[in-house]
Ligand binder design. Sequence first.
Ligand code: ATP
Ligand code: BTN
Length: 245
Amino acid sequence: NNVHLLVHDQLDSTNRWLMQQAANGAAHLSCAVTSHQTQGRGRRGRVWQSALGNSLTFSLLWRFDTGAAALSGLSLAVGLALGQAFAEMGVTVALKWPNDVLVEYRKLAGILIELQGDMEGPSAAVIGVGINLRLPERMLAQIDQAAIDLQSLKAEAVDANVVLGIVLKHMLQVISRFEQEGFAALVADWQAMHVYHQQPVRLLMPDATERHGVVAGVAEDGSLRVMTDAGEQRFTSGEISLRKG
Ligand code: ATP
Ligand code: BTN
């Protein structure tokens, strides 16, 4: 259960780099980390912004015996691990489905999982995590949604290495549990941290239309259960963006 740390002074994207290493046979639990990521990836071609030293950006390679089809709840599991890690640091966070980590409705951390392999065969997940440590005012203003950093929530100086150690510890625990028992074992803990649990929400569809509903929970495959006029509907993370109702 040892993590192999691969530390870089600078990388374009820890996810991009580790995906390439994974294709070339990198070991289970390889972890690429840099304090200076220049082209961080978000979901759907979006960008994760960071500059030298102001955020913790890393990616962990996890090789699964199962196919990618079994991994639909993985990104939620990772969110739960981050929630537990921040709790250990004395910071209470909320999760926003599918995988944002928020404090006061502002984004503290993001998760991006990229997969390799077949739907059935063994698969590899590159689990990317970006955590804001200390963002200068001008960067907070640049980001096109509300953001927050860990230092503003802590009296003591925040140390990236300490944060990495705590976060990896919780990721190993929670992802092992996910691997053995599936997301079903984590649903209740995840829902307890969900910022919109049983709250009214708006669902932004890819065609820019909106639907309204109340969050009923998350399913065992990680999809969002929403009570709408048409009854309970389920959405996967690719299908909608979630907003406050
Ligand atoms: P969703 O579709 O779930 O609403 P999202 O809007 O959070 O997703 P993601 O792809 O998950 O989008 O995250 C990328 C977004 O995160 C960027 O478009 C930007 O708004 C925001 N972002 C980028 N860098 C940072 C950062 N350092 N801190 C907080 N937020 C950031
Ligand atoms: C999101 O909220 O869209 C996810 C952002 C994920 C950012 C992290 S930073 C480390 C890893 N490498 C990347 O290029 N992206 C992820």
